[in-house]
Design a protein around this ligand. Structure first.
Ligand code: 48F
Length: 268
């Protein structure tokens, strides 16, 4: 056996704690007031974060879980495969360096874990920060009809799970993207807080190609400052679900990034 001979650092455990605290607070400070907050690190949220960060926007992704990839990680009913149709979604996956295995003339199979982590790597390499274990439970709004969304209110997920009453933290930004998937949490918060403003009827039954097309078509701004991408779009517009085919999620993420970028540039 080879001995591990690396010299022990002169820093005590207390020193290490201070280094961690200083760096963590520095990182939180840098990410509390980004240009764009993306809520949810599923395929739509990660793609949006990547495409916005690539355009030079400061992006913070808040994810209530510990990992990235959202619902995509489980593939097709825990079978380790996701599908991607030829076109813009496949092009986005290729740009992320994901291996696409052609399984028919215009359909590819992908490893959902590879797709999850490579989208996250693209987002992080482009400069986005992904903060795990952060549960968004409310919005910051300028009251009005419609309200103008200026950020989110968040708690650490274990606090929410424990059911404790602890006051939350704020994250402020110029744009917020609801990429929370089937939860459509931010839309449901608006529905509850502003009665009559919008309705979130939930998605419709499965119809793959219709769902893929419409989820991209309906991606966009819901009220000033709040945008929607991925399966939240289907929940808002009662669109068909599509199961473990992820092209529409990637394209919806790219589309919302385009819309946010164009609005922020024209409104600044
Ligand atoms: O569910 P999710 O993967 O949403 P998506 O990006 O993609 C949907 C597909 O995975 C698949 C599908 C395609 O046919 O139907 O399901 O639209 O990712 C949503 C992420 O948001 C997180 C959640 O943990 C998941 O990782 N999330 C949900 N609510 C909150 C949240 C919240 N309130 N605060 C923070 N994160």
């Amino acid at each position: 056996m080879v001995a591990y001979t690396e010299r022990a650092s002169r820093h005590s455990e207390g020193d290490l704690a201070k280094l961690i605290l200083r760096e963590a607070f520095q990182r939180l400070l840098e990410n509390a007031t980004p240009d764009v907050i993306v809520v949810g690190a599923g395929p739509a949220g990660l793609t949006a974060a990547w495409h916005l960060a690539e355009r030079g926007f400061r992006v913070t992704v808040l994810e209530r879980g510990l990992g990235v990839g959202g619902g995509m990680r489980g593939g097709a009913s825990l079978l380790p495969v996701g599908l991607i149709a030829e076109g813009e979604g496949a092009e986005i996956a290729r740009r992320a360096g994901v291996k696409l295995k052609q399984v028919s003339d215009d359909i590819y199979a992908v490893d959902p874990i590879e797709l999850s982590v490579k989208l996250a790597v693209k987002a992080v390499d482009a400069g986005a920060a992904i903060l795990p274990g952060v549960y968004v439970e409310d919005l910051i709004v300028d009251m009005g009809r419609p309200p103008h969304v200026r950020g989110v209110v968040a708690l650490l997920s274990p606090i929410v799970e424990a059911g404790w009453h602890v006051d939350p933290m704020y994250f402020e930004s110029k744009a917020v993207i609801d990429a929370t998937g089937h939860d459509a949490d931010l839309l449901r918060i608006l529905e509850k807080r502003f009665p009559g403003l919008l309705r979130v009827p939930g998605m419709s039954s499965l119809s793959v190609w219709e769902g893929e097309r419409l989820v991209v078509d309906k991606t966009g701004e819901v009220v000033p400052g709040l945008y929607v991408a991925g399966m939240s779009v289907a929940e808002l517009h009662n669109l068909p679900r599509m199961g473990p085919i992820f092209s529409g999620m990637l394209v919806s993420g790219a589309r919302v990034a385009e819309i946010v970028a164009s609005n922020l540039s024209s409104r600044s």
